[in-house]
Design a protein around this ligand. Sequence first.
Ligand SMILES: C[S@@+](CC[C@H](N)C(=O)[O-])C[C@H]1O[C@@H](n2cnc3c(N)ncnc32)[C@H](O)[C@@H]1O
Length: 126
Amino acid sequence: MSDQLLTPKDVQVVRKFNHYESSQKILLVGEGDFSFSLCLARVFGSASNIVATSLDTEGVLHKKHWRSVEHIEELKRLKCEVLHGIDVHNMNREFRLIRRSFDRIIFSFPHAGHYNVREHITWVIE
Ligand SMILES: C[S@@+](CC[C@H](N)C(=O)[O-])C[C@H]1O[C@@H](n2cnc3c(N)ncnc32)[C@H](O)[C@@H]1O
């Protein structure tokens, strides 16, 4: 046995949340207000393995989901990579994601769209 003691820095604590683990490389697509990404990041204590993305550009997103601003700020503090304008239909050709691999890809509640129902209406989000 080695005579060197492990320090807390040497030990990577793996945190689990449902199907996900902090050691996994996780890609989130179709985020709205980024609350789900932030939830994962908070549970893990770090988002350095998380790439969180939205279809909307930053400007559009801020108008639709004003809380996304504070959520994204906290995500970035937790070392999350945040990308906008990522469309699941062509993300295999998306230069920011190409040649990268992930253990999990999460698309929660994809919204197909309905007449008179918009995804940023509070009761739809709730
Ligand atoms: C009902 S919202 C769910 C938002 C978020 N995933 C959640 O769980 O709160 C549906 C989301 O799907 C996104 N979306 C729709 N079509 C998409 C596409 N082709 N690529 C990526 N995201 C898409 C919309 O921008 C919207 O944020």
